[in-house]
Design a protein around this ligand. Structure first.
Ligand code: SAM
Length: 338
């Protein structure tokens, strides 16, 4: 069996990340060898593990003749009522070694036990409850910590480190393909503006791997801006990226941009006039927004027909980023503006 060889000092961060990426063979046991952890990985995962900078070795792993974590969580909490047991979240999100579960009505009375059970069975240092998703212009999460105290997470993804506090700043794990796509663009020599930079979701992969000349990354939420700035440093792209704290409606970039990223949904259209002020003729806008799946292409075209005035445009491509609600998806359109 293929085993990923991870230094024990990195195990606490890396194992949850590999699990989250679906690379770990959960039917086999993780073992220790000197200062290494040997993590059984699924078939075909070896190239990804090597890409992350870890060695893959051949070896044996004992079968984990154990109940899956969902079953273990339920049995650890079997003293709770059937109603509560049937409402326990059987899916969760790992961010580094923090586990996030969704709130359900009636959990408050048992949250201490629930927090302990999820932490123990999932090997998490902190358990948070996502009470109501993110809200407001600054996309602030509504998280309640029910186990542990440490809320700063480190997520390593495709060669980028994202550090952020899960209680202060949003992170959409579902946007992973789009983050990866930003890394694969060819932005050689370009000046790029990220209008909704967050903690660097798109700025970081683009700056590190797509070879731009310069990136200005604007963020209005102070907590996000502080993480954006430290993530820029930690990822070694401080010579390319300038984080700016402020509202993108007031931005003055000095020169016109080759590419503008509009990574925001639901009100993105209102910001098109501000993107038009800074995009070069022939530049590309990555326009994110949610649309009904049925008819989304026509709707996206309509948005640009109605907002571009005299400027012409060409839709280069449209991708679904993730499902957003029943019949609604988050899309990104690459639009060349002349
Ligand atoms: C939805 S989040 C970014 C999501 C990200 N694209 C992802 O993949 O997860 C949008 C960010 O834009 C910031 N923001 C909202 N309005 C803004 C504005 N007018 N100027 C600058 N930043 C803004 C919010 O604070 C938030 O951090």
């Amino acid at each position: 069996m293929d085993l990923a060889k991870i230094p024990s000092s990195e195990a606490a961060e890396t194992i949850p990340m590999l699990m989250e990426a679906g690379l770990v063979n959960r039917s086999a046991k993780i073992s220790k060898s000197g200062s290494w952890r040997l993590i059984p990985i699924i078939e075909d995962a070896a190239p990804k593990i090597r890409e992350l900078g870890y060695e893959v070795v051949e070896g044996e792993a004992h079968s984990r003749a154990r109940t899956p974590p969902q079953g273990r969580i339920k049995s650890a909490l079997s003293n709770l009522s059937d109603d509560v047991l049937s409402s326990l979240p059987m899916k969760w999100e790992y961010v580094g070694n923090i586990v996030i579960i969704k709130h359900f009505p009636g959990m408050e009375a048992h949250e201490k036990d629930i927090g302990e059970a999820y932490a123990r069975e999932l090997g998490a240092k902190t358990v948070c409850v996502d009470m109501s998703g993110v809200s407001g212009e600054l996309r602030i999460p509504d998280m309640k910590v029910i186990y542990g105290t440490e809320t700063e997470a480190v997520r390593r993804e495709n060669g980028i480190l994202y550090r952020f506090d899960v209680t202060k700043v949003m992170f959409s794990s579902g946007n992973i393909d789009e983050r990866e796509r930003m890394a694969k663009l060819d932005c050689t020599g370009e000046f790029v503006v990220d209008m909704f930079a967050g903690i660097g979701y798109f700025t970081l992969p683009l700056a590190k791997f797509a070879n731009p000349d310069r990136v200005i990354s604007i963020e209005k939420n102070l907590d996000s801006f502080e993480y954006l700035s430290s993530n820029v440093d930690e990822n070694g792209v401080a010579d390319i990226v300038t984080p700016v704290l402020g509202d993108n409606r007031n931005m003055h970039t000095g020169e016109l941009a080759d590419r503008v990223i509009m990574g925001y949904v639901q009100k993105t259209r209102e910001f098109i006039p501000y993107a038009l002020r800074i995009i070069k003729p022939g530049g590309v806008i990555h326009y994110h927004d949610t649309f009904y799946v049925k008819g989304h292409e026509e709707e996206i075209r309509k948005v640009f027909e109605e907002t571009l005035g005299d400027r012409k445009f060409e839709i280069l491509g449209i991708r679904e980023v993730k499902s957003f609600a029943p019949s609604v998806s988050h899309y990104v359109a690459d639009v060349r503006v002349f």
